[in-house]
Design a protein around this ligand. Sequence first.
Ligand SMILES: NC(=O)c1ccc[n+]([C@@H]2O[C@H](COP(=O)([O-])OP(=O)(O)OC[C@H]3O[C@@H](n4cnc5c(N)ncnc54)[C@H](OP(=O)(O)O)[C@@H]3O)[C@@H](O)[C@H]2O)c1
Length: 244
Amino acid sequence: MEPIVLAGAERPGTGKKVCVVGASGKLGRYLVRHALDRGYEVVGVCRERSVGKLAEFEGRITVIPGATNDSAVIARAVRGCDAVLTVLVPWGVNNYASGTAQAVLDHARPGARLVFSCGWHITRDGKDVYSRKFKLYAAVFGRLAKLARVVDVDDQVEACRRVFASDTSWTVVRGSDLEEGDSQGLPVWSRHVGDPVLASNLTRRVDYARFMVEAVENDALIHEAPAIVGRLTPSALAHAGDPA
Ligand SMILES: NC(=O)c1ccc[n+]([C@@H]2O[C@H](COP(=O)([O-])OP(=O)(O)OC[C@H]3O[C@@H](n4cnc5c(N)ncnc54)[C@H](OP(=O)(O)O)[C@@H]3O)[C@@H](O)[C@H]2O)c1
């Protein structure tokens, strides 16, 4: 399908152009809002059936309808983009997440900032420490969802493995449990789940998106997999700034 070019997509601002892959979901729409607020030109990719969910942005973004793991769709969407923000979701059992990540890795321009979303269950270096409850939930949910052929968490793991192994300027933002609500500000982060600062395990979705968009211009986050938590949660208030 042809791209839907909405008048007014060329905005003044910082001159950066960013692509949001998975723009129509809850996190994706927050990403679009933050990116527009920062003055970026925004291209969004979403399934054809979900284009209507982006109606609030009409006149302000360009929408490329299509599956996010379709290499040709992603190639067109990321052309000329300085950054790509990807909502990595493990839907179905057809390698949707790894196909999406691979398409972004293959087609984003060299040097582009690539920021991906996932959950705490993804580990980069194996040094994360998970509670028994977290491990049990992940194991039971993962197995049941795969059996039902709804979600394949292992494929999100594979997607992140490919990102970590790539020579791109990536950041993988690992989200805690999420909730809706007004912004509490930029989340606090740690390299490892199990760090006391993360114990509250809750972040506002709006702030998760803000962290991802701010990562675009934060080179200190290149090749990091920050695990985040809301900055006003009890654990963040108690431990933010601890040397650990
Ligand atoms: N939910 C949580 O508590 C939680 C916790 C930690 C981390 N995260 C991470 O946060 C990110 C966003 O997750 P979210 O739960 O908040 O969801 P979300 O933002 O609502 O996004 C869901 C995405 O999945 C797409 N989708 C839904 N059904 C699909 C299908 N059958 N085939 C292909 N795509 C489909 C949606 O596209 P359409 O608009 O086309 O439906 C949308 O882009 C993910 O990376 C997730 O790992 C979530």
